[in-house]
Design a protein around this ligand. Structure first.
Ligand code: FAD
Length: 515
């Protein structure tokens, strides 16, 4: 009598992995690409982890492409199989919940395309406008350095520049410039994309616009961005950078909201606005930027201890040689009437590069102490303006203050919805003004779960009062949660998936279509 043994899952996985490896290796050999596909432990373990250090999912193989054709070959191959294998483009792996992983599939290390020096090129004229054509694998720091050689720069940034163009365009790309210039996805005019079907398609708002809108903010679901055309503008060379402290949340957000409404046009005004919380003991500076004069640290710490939470409004205004005589007056005019605590306004005058690259110093310092490659249980939210006071009371003043386990910067700043494009895949709240809140926690390997629990508590609080928040850099485990996240854009998101990646091959680590 035959006995049917249940086959353990790990056994099935190993069979699949081995078949995939051998198939891929043979196929790539036949395309003369033997050295680009690796499944040694160094390649696999690097692709199995990310900045979050919370999720570990090894792929079956890792592709190190040297040309766009390598991506086409890989995706055509995935489509030609009766059981397709998954493919995830990985930028720098700065996701925190495995979004750039492909368990048992193939991870594409996009930065290996970076060996080609022509993958950032500048073109245009004063009349027609200037553009940078940039490979999706390029990091924003390299875009900045290349464009500055021409005295030009993109207007919209992220706080940290060691992120890839394809990675941030798959989310939104936000920072203190967003209220005025829009997110990075709204500062792109053309893309080249290798779709989930393996076709190379150029797209823009005019040409193949369905793909263009799908991919921008599309969480890697529709195609791999291999080129982005980014408009450039004359770059300033210096920045006035100001921080002001508040102990009253209402005054703090009122000032933030007034500033973003008064400065959102192109005719001068502030170029950047963010905000952060100062809490608990410890130095007022954090790894994200060192700002406060050391001589004021003890006064600021006393202020924090006295009030438990101090809100810090941060603004910047760019200037150059032409405006250097008027910048101080212009800045004073912009900040007139603000209600920060008297005596708690601090100012720095830095180069444009120093300002944009302000997070790098903190990163290098943490790296040197072995504190960079640690778990990062981050939570990033968009909160409608009408609910922000409730958020302050229920989250900052209750959950965060009581537990005291949050460890890392907490950012809070508003943005204007009219600087975003509803047609794109990115999801934001319905209100005209909404806040981004970033809990950028670092932890040890033994306590990240407690912080994840706290993150869940924050989310359930928001749910319990129906706050209508949206996650930025979203992370969900169930289809129901994704449906809720996309709301009335869920159907269109699904239709786009069926159109551009019908076999559900791309970016499985987002867990939208691949649970
Ligand atoms: P990855 O993490 O490698 O990939 C992210 C997703 O995009 C994955 O699903 C991946 O499959 C997909 N993907 C990657 N490349 C491509 C491509 N070429 N085409 C299509 N899909 C692709 N974000 C902000 O908006 N503002 C900030 O100020 C900011 N600061 C940050 C600071 C730090 C220290 C860190 C670690 C992250 C920060 N982020 C910020 C988040 C960042 O935007 C995301 O992590 C983003 O995913 C970019 O990282 P990456 O290039 O490493 O992409």
């Amino acid at each position: 009598m035959a006995i049917n043994f249940p086959i353990p899952t790990y056994f099935i996985d190993m069979v699949f992995i081995n078949r995939l490896k051998s198939f891929l290796t043979k196929s790539f050999f036949s395309h003369h690409l033997p050295t680009h596909l690796r499944h040694d432990s160094a390649a696999l373990s690097s692709a199995a982890t990310d900045f979050g250090h919370i999720v570990t999912n090894p792929p079956a193989a890792v592709l190190f492409p040297t040309s766009i054709n390598d991506l086409v070959t890989l995706l055509k191959l995935a489509n030609s199989r009766s059981i397709p294998f998954n493919v995830a483009a990985k930028g720098c792996g700065h996701s925190v919940h495995g979004q750039a992983m492909a368990q048992n599939g193939v991870v594409v290390e996009m930065t290996s395309l970076n060996n080609n020096p022509t993958r950032i090129s500048i073109s245009g004229s004063a009349d027609a406008g200037f553009f940078a054509d940039v490979g999706g694998e390029q990091m924003w720091i390299d875009v900045l350095n290349a464009t500055l050689k021409h005295g030009l720069a993109p207007p919209s940034w992220t706080d940290y520049l060691y992120l890839t163009v394809g990675g941030t365009l798959s989310n939104a790309g936000i920072s203190g410039q967003t209220f005025r210039y829009g997110p990075q996805i709204c500062n792109v005019v053309e893309l080249d994309v290798v779709t989930g079907k393996g076709d190379i398609v150029s797209c823009s708002a005019e040409k193949n616009n369905e793909l263009f809108n799908s991919v921008l903010g599309g969480l890697g679901q529709f195609g791999i961005i291999v080129r982005a055309r980014i408009p450039l503008f004359p770059a300033p060379n210096r920045v006035k950078w100001v921080r002001m402290l508040y102990n009253n949340f209402d005054e703090f957000v009122k000032d933030q909201e007034n500033l973003i409404s008064m400065n959102s046009n192109d005719d001068g005004g502030l170029d950047y606005l963010e905000g952060l919380l100062l809490m608990h003991d410890g130095p007022p500076d954090n790894w994200r930027s060192s700002f406060f004069p050391p001589s004021h640290h003890s006064t600021i710490i006393s202020l924090v201890n006295q009030h438990s939470i101090i809100y810090c409004l941060e603004v910047a205004k760019y200037y150059d040689d032409h405006s250097r005589h008027t910048i101080n007056q212009e800045l004073d005019d912009s900040l007139e009437g603000l209600n920060f605590l008297p005596g708690y306004k601090f100012e720095k005058d830095v180069s444009y590069v120093e300002f944009l690259n302000r997070v790098r110093g903190g990163e290098l310092s943490l790296r040197s102490q072995g504190l960079w490659d640690v778990p990062h249980p981050w939570l990033n939210l968009f909160v409608p303006k009408s609910r922000i006071a409730e958020f302050d009371l229920g989250v900052f003043k209750d959950i965060i203050l009581k537990r005291k386990i949050a460890s890392g910067p907490i950012l809070i700043y508003p943005m204007n919805r009219n600087k975003w494009d509803e047609k794109m895949s990115a999801i934001i709240p319905e209100e005209e003004v909404f806040y981004t809140i970033g809990f950028l926690n670092s932890s040890g390997y033994d306590n990240w779960e407690a912080i994840e629990e706290q993150n869940k508590e924050i989310l359930s609080f928001c749910d319990s009062v129906d706050m209508k928040i949206k996650q930025y850099l979203p992370h969900y485990n169930t289809k129901e949660d994704w449906e809720k996240h996309f709301g009335n854009k869920w159907k269109i998101f699904q239709d786009r998936k069926n159109q551009f990646d019908p076999k559900m091959i791309l970016s499985p680590g987002q867990k939208i279509f691949n649970s």
